[in-house]
Design a protein around this ligand. Structure first.
Ligand SMILES: Cc1cc2nc3c(=O)[nH]c(=O)nc-3n(C[C@H](O)[C@H](O)[C@H](O)COP(=O)(O)OP(=O)(O)OC[C@H]3O[C@@H](n4cnc5c(N)ncnc54)[C@H](O)[C@@H]3O)c2cc1C
Length: 484
């Protein structure tokens, strides 16, 4: 479609064009979703974002900001205007007393870790990787593990968002608290987040100890296990009773980084593993054996390290995979594992039954007041299942996903927003007490549907929602320049 831009608009768009925009294709990290936007632009300032929203409204375009493009779904996809937020990655303010850092929202977490380290601070909790942008991470309630630690959305104390009328809106617990509670996890539906202030803590080291155990033992004593360290997660290896439990605590011990073994970590844990999975595409009955041998080679021993917090939280996620992850009230975790285990055992008895890969991962996250966070009003256990795609090849996963999602639903589960799932408007309405309030705010923030993409249309909007019913553009514009 050709858009009749005014000359000034065209010049503005050309100035923001990102790389070789013609034919640019966005692929997510796992290369499981892709899209070809009509325009691929990289704004550098809030004013430019405001102007882009206004142009989009005038011309009936939609906008989608993308962070690192790590979401394992089409959440960041659009065929209209894609905004690369990488240039909005500056530090805006540092409050040493409050232990907060204010940054532009395109900052990647690895950049943030370095910025914080230079100032003697750290994020209290961090997930498996640090590639995401801070806006992408909070937009999906990205989380780590720890019964006393919330997700990344709940670490935000103030944010700025440009809504779908081009209005710059600030919010915090005391300024526009409804917008604050909605915007901290808003899956890109309310506007473009341009700044966030993050509550951090003084830099710390973590002492991590990983030990083998049995699933029975862990589930039978789950209420002790989850409180046995500040941060606890465990991986179960289907077709075995084996688990590996990872526990980490703040420490003043001297650093002792994890000893890496090229043979175990790279040869067995990456290349051999990938080759075995490739073969299992034609011989799925190999999968139980693969799970057993990987546990024996890599996890059936005590592994210990002391290092800077972010280095200990992060780990190698290997290669492309499908992943599904839902949160259930943490007391329900045992039931979920038992049901999943029974189904996997029953399938194993069938010659052509479903065979699954490891791990099934459990992480624990403290409740929050963020309206659309899966932790809203409940401390949860996130349970993730995974199917690796060896050398990017297809693997069967849909039946496993269906059974898993049915179990999670019956246990009151809520899906991780970044991951492909099958919860829709009416399911979400009954699962999230504040969903209607979120939808009311969405109508106010985005009356023109500027931020609607297929994901938002499919999962968030009611099936009958009309789009682009009117064109409302804010006339008030305040330009904030980066301060530091
Ligand atoms: C290998 C791997 C490991 C992972 N580990 C974890 C983990 O440990 N814990 C966990 O919870 N999740 C994890 N995830 C999921 C990941 O944290 C989320 O998908 C996160 O959203 C990715 O951040 P991103 O910057 O790539 O966002 P994108 O995927 O680029 O975007 C996600 C959403 O945020 C929106 N968005 C981006 N920038 C803005 C902005 N400025 N304003 C408004 N909206 C915006 C996008 O439009 C989109 O809707 C992992 C994913 C992978 C691939």
């Amino acid at each position: 479609m050709v858009h009749l831009f005014a000359d000034s608009e065209r010049a503005f768009i050309e100035k923001l064009q990102c790389g070789d925009a013609k034919g640019f294709e966005l692929r997510n990290w796992a290369n499981t979703f892709r899209c070809k936007p009509q325009y691929y632009l990289a704004p550098e300032t809030e004013c430019e974002v405001v102007e882009l929203v206004r142009i989009a409204v005038r011309h009936g375009l939609t906008l989608k900001p993308v962070g690192a493009g790590y979401s394992p779904s089409d959440l960041a996809c659009t065929d209209s205007v894609l905004l690369n937020m990488d240039k909005m990655n500056r530090i805006l303010a540092h409050d040493a007393y409050a232990c907060t850092l204010t940054v532009e929202a395109g900052v990647r977490l690895h950049q943030l870790n370095a910025m914080l380290e230079q100032r003697g601070m750290a994020l209290s909790s961090l997930g498996s990787i640090s590639e995401q942008s801070i806006a992408g991470a909070i937009s999906t309630a990205t989380h780590s593990t720890g019964m006393a630690f919330g997700d990344m959305s709940s670490a935000i104390t103030h944010l700025v968002i440009i809504d779908g009328t081009g209005r710059r809106r600030e919010c915090s617990a005391t300024v526009d608290p409804d917008l604050f509670n909605a915007a901290r996890c808003s899956i890109g539906a309310l506007g473009i987040i341009t700044q966030v202030t993050i509550q951090c803590e003084p830099a710390f080291k973590l002492h991590a100890v990983q030990t083998p155990d049995t699933l029975d033992n862990v589930l039978n004593t789950l209420d002790e296990v989850v409180f046995s360290a500040e941060h606890v997660r465990f991986w179960w290896f289907p077709y075995t009773d084996s688990v590996t439990v990872w526990r980490a605590n703040r420490t003043t011990l001297p650093k002792q980084p994890r000893a890496k073994s090229y043979w175990i970590d790279r040869v067995i844990g990456y290349h051999y593993f990938q080759l075995r999975l490739l073969k299992s595409r034609v011989t799925p009955n190999d999968l139980p054996g693969i799970n057993q041998e990987q546990f024996a080679a890599r996890f059936d021993r005590r592994i210990e390290s002391v290092d800077d917090s972010y280095k200990v939280f992060n780990f190698d996620c290997l290669f492309s995979h499908h992943v599904n992850e839902w949160a259930v009230p943490w007391e329900k975790a045992t039931d979920v594992f038992r049901q999943l285990q029974s189904w996997i055992i029953a399938e194993e008895k069938k010659p052509d039954g479903v065979r699954v890969q490891f791990p099934v991962q459990a992480r624990f996250v403290k409740e929050s007041d963020v309206w659309l966070s899966p932790t809203y009003g409940q401390t949860v256990c996130y349970i993730a299942i995974i199917m690796y795609r060896p050398y990017g090849r297809a693997v069967p996963y849909k039946k496993y996903w269906r059974v898993y999602e049915d179990i999670m639903r019956t246990q009151g589960g809520r899906p991780h927003w970044a991951k492909a799932h099958k919860m829709y408007h009416y399911d979400l309405k009954s699962s999230y007490p504040k969903f209607d309030d979120f939808m009311r705010l969405r109508s106010e923030c985005d009356p023109n549907g500027v931020f609607v993409n297929d994901y938002i249309r499919r999962h968030i909007l009611p099936p009958s929602e009309p789009l682009l019913a009117s064109t409302t553009v804010s006339q008030s514009l305040t330009c904030e320049k980066p301060r530091l």
